[in-house]
Design a protein around this ligand. Structure first.
Ligand code: SF4
Length: 147
């Protein structure tokens, strides 16, 4: 049995920015028999619903910035990610919701400070923590059950 860390919205938690979920029935069927460990850094830190945020490449590195207010949100997300992986021990696989600035593995959008698009294949902040820990990581939309 694999221990699979998975974006909570994919298993039906209404933790998206708009208070909805991204329930992914076909994906969950491929994971039958695995131990699923859901996470949602944004809901934990900011609640749901909440304003959206974007990843911005700054002089100090990549930051998550709240749309509208411009408030930096990176540290709360990175702290959640560190704590999550520290607490849960060995994780065999990380499945992140594609395109999320927190959970997308190689599908998040990254902008410069003028909001010009730099990349559509960046890692979200929580996904980056998984990658840095050498955990196999994949976007939900690319998971085909073979990882
Ligand atoms: S993509 Fe990640 S941060 Fe966004 S709602 Fe899903 S689990 Fe939460």
């Amino acid at each position: 049995m694999r221990r699979v860390a998975i974006s909570a919205c994919l298993v039906g938690k209404p933790c998206r920015y708009d208070g909805k979920d991204n329930y992914a029935q076909a994906l969950l069927e491929m994971l039958e028999g695995d131990e699923l460990i859901p996470f949602c850094p944004e809901d934990a830190a900011f609640g749901s619903p909440r304003p959206t945020m974007d990843l911005i490449e700054t002089r100090c590195g990549i930051e998550a910035v709240c749309n509208g207010s411009g408030v930096l949100r990176s540290e709360a997300i990175r702290a959640y990610a560190r704590n999550f992986f520290d607490q849960h021990g060995a994780i065999d696989l990380f499945i992140g919701k594609d395109r999320s600035p927190s959970c997308g593995v190689c599908s998040a959008r990254l902008y410069d400070t003028q909001k010009n698009l730099l990349s559509s294949s960046a890692a979200g902040l929580m996904a980056q923590e998984a990658i840095d820990r050498n955990i196999a990581a994949v976007d939900a939309e690319k998971f085909e059950g073979k990882v």
